[in-house]
Design a protein around this ligand. Sequence first.
Ligand SMILES: CC(C)(COP(=O)(O)OP(=O)(O)OC[C@H]1O[C@@H](n2cnc3c(N)ncnc32)[C@H](O)[C@@H]1OP(=O)(O)O)[C@@H](O)C(=O)NCCC(=O)NCCS
Length: 185
Amino acid sequence: MTLCNDAVIAVDDHIRLQAIDERFVPELHQLVVKNRAFLQQSLDWPQHVTDEAASRQNAIGNVMLHQRGYGKMFLIFVDEQMVGVLSFNLIEPQNKTGYIGYWIDESWQGKGILSRALNAFVAFYSKAGIVRRFVIKCRVANLESNRVALRNGFVLEGCLRQAEFLNGEYHDQNIYARIVDPTSE
Ligand SMILES: CC(C)(COP(=O)(O)OP(=O)(O)OC[C@H]1O[C@@H](n2cnc3c(N)ncnc32)[C@H](O)[C@@H]1OP(=O)(O)O)[C@@H](O)C(=O)NCCC(=O)NCCS
């Protein structure tokens, strides 16, 4: 397994990705609580974040995955303010494939922060030789997320039928990928 120092990834002078750590749990939990209704429209998990202990449990699990290289959870900071999350929900080391997830505080949407963070994230892990196939799976109906994929060079590969359970129903999911060989970019 390839290891690298990925505690912090600088995006630009103001935006950075900070690897999940227990010390961020109270702030992260408050951000989830603030955005719960917004996030629940597109993600299944917010309803299960019942208290700070649940956020802590999740963070501890993700710290372990991060260290072992099977997942990577980053907090997006703009200066000293936490505004969202960008992750590899799963990395397949053998296939050098990473499955990406993200969300951003509703009031920070529409400013290109997620897109800039995503590009820095892709560049970092391709240069490190850890991931070359970057995958985004999102509900066909999630227009904002489909736009994130398309504006950042991901190619639509197909539609997975009824692949995502959300709010009591199974939804069709688009699968996008961007393949980056470190030598070619
Ligand atoms: C999906 C989500 C992260 C997209 O957030 P976002 O802020 O729209 O994403 P981006 O960073 O790509 O920003 C794009 C917007 O910023 C604008 N923008 C401003 N400066 C920009 C820049 N430098 N680069 C790119 N876009 C820029 C774009 O015009 C666009 O606005 P528009 O959609 O009104 O045209 C957000 O809607 C979200 O958190 N949704 C809920 C959770 C979710 O669905 N997660 C994905 C599950 S698959």
